[in-house]
Write a protein that binds this ligand. Structure first.
Ligand SMILES: [Zn+2]
Length: 175
C-alpha cells in the first residue's frame, strides 16, 4: 500500500500544515522562492532535483496558494512562480528550522540575515534587536556567511553571493 500524504487521524494544525509542506523538497522550494528564485530552470539548477519532482512540487504549492504562477513571456510561453503572502508566512518557520539545524549540528553560518534599515543581524525569531521590531521579509537583507562556499557551481548560488533583499527576483539570465 502506498504511503498516504495526509494524516487523517490527527486532529492537529501541525499535521494539517505537513500535509502540504511535509513532502521531501517542498520546504526547500519555498526557501528558494523566499530568496527570490522564480524561474523553473533556476529552481532546477539550484535544487538539483529531477524535473518530475520539481514539477509536482510546484504544482502542489501553486494549488495550495503558496506560489502564484505568472506569465512573464508570451513567445515561447514562460511562467514564473512568485511566492504569495501565504508562502511568505512560512519565513519564521524556515528561519527557526535553519537555526535548529545549525545549532544541533554545529555548522558554521551559511547565510546571514540583516535588517535593511539599520544593518543589524536579525535575532533568532526574525526580530531586529536594535529596532525592537519583527522585520518584514521584504526588509531582510541576505548575505553569505563564513561557512558558505565562495565558488558554487550553479548560477543561482553564484547570484546569491552578493547581498540581496529577500523576495527580490534573482537575476541569472536563465529563462
Ligand atoms: Zn533594525
Amino acid at each position: 500500500m502506498a504511503l498516504g500524504k495526509d494524516y487523517a487521524t490527527q486532529e492537529c494544525s501541525i499535521a494539517r500544515a505537513l500535509e502540504i509542506i511535509g513532502e521531501r523538497w517542498t520546504l526547500l522550494v519555498v526557501r528558494d522562492a523566499l530568496y527570490g528564485v522564480r524561474r523553473y530552470n533556476d529552481f532546477l539548477v539550484h535544487l538539483g532535483i529531477p524535473r518530475a519532482v520539481l514539477a509536482a512540487r510546484l504544482q502542489t504549492l501553486t494549488a495550495e496558494g503558496i506560489l502564484e504562477k505568472r506569465r512573464y513571456q508570451d513567445s515561447p510561453p514562460r511562467d514564473e512562480y512568485v511566492i504569495t503572502e501565504r508562502g511568505i508566512a512560512l519565513w519564521p518557520t524556515l528561519r527557526s528550522l535553519g537555526r535548529w539545524g545549525r545549532e544541533q549540528f554545529a555548522e558554521e553560518k551559511l547565510r546571514i540575515f540583516r535588517h535593511a534599515d539599520c544593518g543589524t543581524e536579525l535575532g533568532s525569531y526574525g526580530e531586529c534587536p536594535v529596532c525592537g521590531t519583527v522585520v518584514p521579509v521584504a526588509d531582510v537583507i541576505m548575505e553569505p556567511g563564513p561557512g558558505l562556499s565562495r565558488d558554487p557551481a550553479d548560477p543561482v548560488s553564484r547570484a546569491m553571493l552578493a547581498p540581496k533583499r529577500l523576495l527580490e527576483p534573482i537575476e541569472t539570465g536563465q529563462v
